[in-house]
Design a protein around this ligand. Structure first.
Ligand SMILES: [Mg+2]
Length: 358
């Protein structure tokens, strides 16, 4: 049975939620993030704001200059997270094979398609399934998603990105090499600005250039050369990564303004602990290692961890250990830009372990 992969990506997720919840923002440039008169960055911009060249991660001051009539909205992370859960529920109703990549995107491996050995026939048959996902997200959540359908993750992601917003792009096997040709080398996930520069320095600008070149790419990209060549041909064998394979779970929060205010930090930690504990619960796991991460104003970053003898899985335990790590290693000696909690060495929860040992 050929593989059919969807990449589902919500359109301007945070900004669209704000427009949905505040109809007076509809059709207006909405910018989620710090106010323009404060230090801080844009988390998300509505499509109307993007027309003014406002982009996420841009300083809010710059956004305010580019888009003086922009509506600046403080992020409501807990609302976005709850919305994300609802979206994932819709996706999991289609297939249990859902890899949640971030709060607003996921890969799905779709089964239950007509029995066929031909990949393109299977991909075609999956079109109504993708339409149904889009319809449910629109009607039940009043939001839009873009979906890419292809035989692998790399192509599916390019597909969802191809016709945003509210797009649906099917990339057939017979068309994939041609589809890729005009795209910039930067479209290949993993090709960052530095790699792209070393490729363009040698005249390799588009994926077509990579497809056609006889050059050895090793001097430019090292051991990644062969993978790069395969991606350029539309080949990607990475599996949809299911929860069982998880090695670690983490959550982090960047503050709008650097802070060492204890109540603010405690509130942030509690929320992160709840997030991590919820993910542990969803995957029926517990953790033997708990880690905290802090980043200071100058971007220097520290992590400290504790290894436990009894696994933890609930919010209170994760929170308590994170506080303990912060205090014990005296990590809050200056304002923090970011704080994070991670758990690893994942094992089944205690109750299950006891049952297994009987
Ligand atoms: Mg998105």
């Amino acid at each position: 049975m050929p593989r059919v992969i969807f990449h589902v990506d919500m359109d301007a997720f945070f900004a669209s939620i704000e427009q949905r919840d505040h109809p007076e923002y509809l059709g207006k440039p909405v910018i989620v993030g710090s106010p323009p008169d404060r230090r801080g960055v844009v988390c998300a911009a509505s499509y109307e704001a993007r027309e003014f060249k406002v982009r996420s991660a841009m300083p809010s001051r710059t956004a305010g200059r580019l888009c003086p009539h922009g509506i600046f909205v403080r992020p409501r992370m807990e609302v976005y997270r709850a919305e994300s859960q609802e979206i994932m529920k819709i996706l999991r109703a289609v297939t249990p094979k859902v890899e949640r990549v971030s709060v607003d995107e996921a890969y799905l491996e779709v089964a239950d398609l007509p029995d066929t050995a031909d990949t393109d026939t299977a991909l075609q048959a999956a079109l109504p399934v993708a339409r149904e996902i889009k319809r449910r997200i629109r009607e039940e959540r009043h939001l839009t998603a873009s979906v890419g359908i292809a035989s692998n993750k790399f192509l599916a992601k390019l597909g969802s990105d191809f016709n945003k917003p509210n797009g649906l792009t099917l990339i057939l096997e017979k068309d994939k090499v041609a589809f890729l040709r005009p795209l910039s080398v930067r479209s290949i996930h993993g090709v960052g600005p530095v790699t792209a520069q070393s490729l363009t320095d040698r005249g390799l600008h588009t994926i077509a250039d990579i497809q056609d070149t006889e050059m050895d790419l090793t001097p430019m990209v090292g051991s990644w050369a062969e993978t790069l060549k395969r991606r350029a041909m539309g080949i990607d064998e990475r599996p949809v990564d299911l929860s069982e394979d998880r090695k670690s779970i983490s959550a982090e929060n960047t503050f709008l303004n650097d802070t060492d205010d204890r109540p603010t930090l405690r509130a942030a930690l509690k929320e992160l602990a709840a997030d991590v504990a919820q993910t542990l619960e969803k995957h029926a796991l517990a953790a033997l290692t708990v880690q905290v991460k802090v980043r200071y104003s100058d971007f220097s970053t520290l992590t400290r961890q504790v290894r436990l003898t009894d696994p933890v899985s609930n919010t209170a335990d994760v929170y308590r250990l994170a506080c303990h790590l912060l205090a014990r290693h005296q990590l809050v000696t200056q304002p923090l830009r970011l704080i994070g909690i991670g758990v690893s060495t994942l094992v089944p929860p205690v109750r299950e372990q006891l049952l297994l040992s009987i």
